[in-house]
Design a protein around this ligand. Structure first.
Ligand code: PGA
Length: 250
């Protein structure tokens, strides 16, 4: 693993395996420290393909090294609108299949924005309130979309944005088309934490893998901060790490 500093930004560059070990070390340290104090560790988690090997490493540590998730509270970044928890492409389902089903997390401590809220504005406010009531997010994991979204904060998402209902960008819908068996099956809306919600986390880590992410990572880390590239606002965070494989780092 290499540690590279760009102005105020810190990038950790290595193989997927090295990135996952390093990120899993952060999660494990947090969980164990909190457990020793009799406290909960509050994780902000992400879906998508990027974090899958990290979740596999956390599952391995649970199985082979006794890492317990009994004191974990999690808040996921976002959820598609209208799928319901039973839909295999819902982020609720993805989180269980890829992580929670394989560890000892307490179901009541898992939070994902609601997919079918009766009143989206009220549900968004309640999600924010639940994060606040838990004491705020200790460690927030992010992926990045090809146009610089974090969560479903698409182009145009402002620094102060909070959890809310959003319309998905054309590119986001296209990127998900394969998973849904065609662009016409991809939900058009979602609920996402806001950029401001994400920046409130005590530690933020963004993971990006593959050459396809190289250009947007560069713009996010080095470009002007602007709602045109919501991930660029991460430059503001004082405890932010970019975890990049060689392809994404370029
Ligand atoms: P990916 O998605 O991990 O599947 O590349 C990342 C994102 O769109 O935020």
């Amino acid at each position: 693993m290499k540690k590279v500093e760009f102005g105020s930004q810190i990038a950790h560059v290595g193989s997927t395996e090295e990135l996952c070990v390093s990120l899993a070390d952060e999660v494990e340290k947090l969980i164990r420290e909190r457990a020793a104090e009799g406290k909960m560790a509050i994780l902000g988690l992400a879906t998508g393909k990027t974090p899958l090997p990290l979740y596999a490493e956390l599952v391995r540590r649970h199985r082979e090294e006794g890492l317990s998730f009994a004191n974990v509270v999690s808040f996921n970044l976002d959820e598609y609108e209208g799928l319901g928890r039973d839909h295999e492409r819902s982020y609720w389902a993805e989180m269980w299949v890829n992580l929670f089903d394989h560890v000892d997390v307490v179901e009541g401590n898992v939070n994902v924005p609601p997919s079918e809220p009766e009143d989206a504005e009220r549900a968004a406010g309640e999600y924010e309130e639940a994060i606040r009531a838990a004491g705020g997010i200790d460690w927030q994991l992010l992926g990045i979309g090809g146009e610089g979204h974090i969560g479903f904060n698409e182009k145009g998402s402002e620094l102060e944005s909070r959890t809310r209902r959003v319309e998905l960008a054309k590119r986001t819908v296209e990127d998900a088309a394969d998973d849904f068996g065609g662009v016409e099956n991809v939900p058009t809306h979602a609920m996402t934490m806001g950029v401001g919600t994400i920046l409130d986390a005590k530690r933020v880590v963004l993971m990006a893998r593959g050459e396809g992410k190289q250009e947007i990572v560069k713009r996010s880390m080095e470009g002007e901060m602007s709602a045109d590239v919501p991930a660029s606002f991460l430059q503001k965070h004082e405890n932010m790490g970019w975890f990049l494989d060689e392809g994404a780092a370029g």
